[in-house]
Design a protein around this ligand. Sequence first.
Ligand code: ARG
Length: 475
Amino acid sequence: MALWGGRFSDAPTDAVFALSRSVHFDWRLAPYDLRSSLSHLKVIRANGLLQEGVAKEIEQALRELIMEVESGKFSAIDSDEDVHSALERGLTEKIGATGGSLRAGRSRNDQVATDLKLFAIDHMLEVASSITQLQAALLAKASEYGDASAPGFTHMQHAQPILFGHEIAKHVQSFSRDLERIQDWLIRTSVSPLGSGALAGSGLALDPSATARDLGFASSSANSIDAVSDRDFVAEALFILSMIGVHLSRIGEEWCIWATTEFGWAQVADAYSTGSSIMPQKKNPDMAELARGKAGRLIGNLTAVLAMLKGLPFAYNRDLQEDKEPLFDSLDTVLLVLPAVTGMVATTNFDRAKMLAAAPLGFSLATEIADFLVGAHVPFAEAHEAAGKCVALCEKDGIQLDQLSDQQFKSIHSALTPEIRKVLTVQGAIASRTTVGATGPTAFADQIKSATTNLSRLAKVIAAQRKAFSEMMGA
Ligand code: ARG
């Protein structure tokens, strides 16, 4: 049943209907559409726009539909155009023509913007909660390897030794920023479009602030034209989801590298690996690869929506119907990848001995020599030069830095006394890193402590937000 038709003499052709139709994907908005209908009903009822008997009947029918949609008893059919028309069909099937009364003062334009915001808020909160679980797994793994040494890399070349826990814990920081982004997005998204009508607001006695409050929004829109055309919240959510995807892809890449035979650092649990159909020995880190690969579609979805919005005239244009599938897909994707990566992180074991053996290779202690000379008041440029000469000598003789003789050190720089040997150890180099956020054991312990405090604070905030949202939905 179309929601229009009074002025038309011909029904849409099959091709027109097929292209217009969105119910096969926007049906997911049904619970949010019904909930916002209850709020709309509340105001038009309170402001005397409906007879009490009719209002009661509509409320009853809406509440039945909420349950029937949930149980699957009521769903969209082939002739429904979108979620809004399908649900209006549901109402009129129950109570006849009065089912159409709810359309007073409301357009599908403010309705769909409201529904999509509610959907987005609900699911972004789920993403946030799933991120906190990944962070908990990362923090646990970081603590487990808080005393393991490994080479740290820049340009994928050995740079300086680090604690392997520090390497793992860095990911907690990027996901904390994602959580902050979600919180920040929630503030901007908390503006209700309902009451804006098609584009101009309403001449009927509506109360947009009351519906906003009732739906858990902080305020109602300040401009009705903006309200029905604004999809910033979709684009921003897609950016945040892309960023999360990019962060997950970087974990994926690390796991892939660490699980190679060449590295041999990571033993990915069987439950998080897959085999090969032809090579019996294979154990592939497919979860890590999918985490890496899914970032592509997340970025694609963001690009699709930005391109759709570019140059789009205000107010509502049907182009906006293209906002939903990318958003749904990105939310589904991130919610699929997060738990898999969380499990993979939690169940991977690392080879401490291999990482420790690799830590001093590639002359990763050369900076220690330069820093030692700085301690003896040698200007850094001169110290850097001397340390470089040590490396060159080692390369020529095919030895490691600690294998240089006292005589060789002295010949390179007079301040390179035998004391130098104290700093030429992996443990010594790591322990010397004491600045805030450094890899040294004390700084690392502080880092884990404050990340843990921060995580438990944010997890509480997110749990409270989810509780409030689900209470609003159930009201
Ligand atoms: N299915 C439409 C969408 O997703 C709903 C709004 C339709 N509004 C309109 N004026 N045709 O955007």
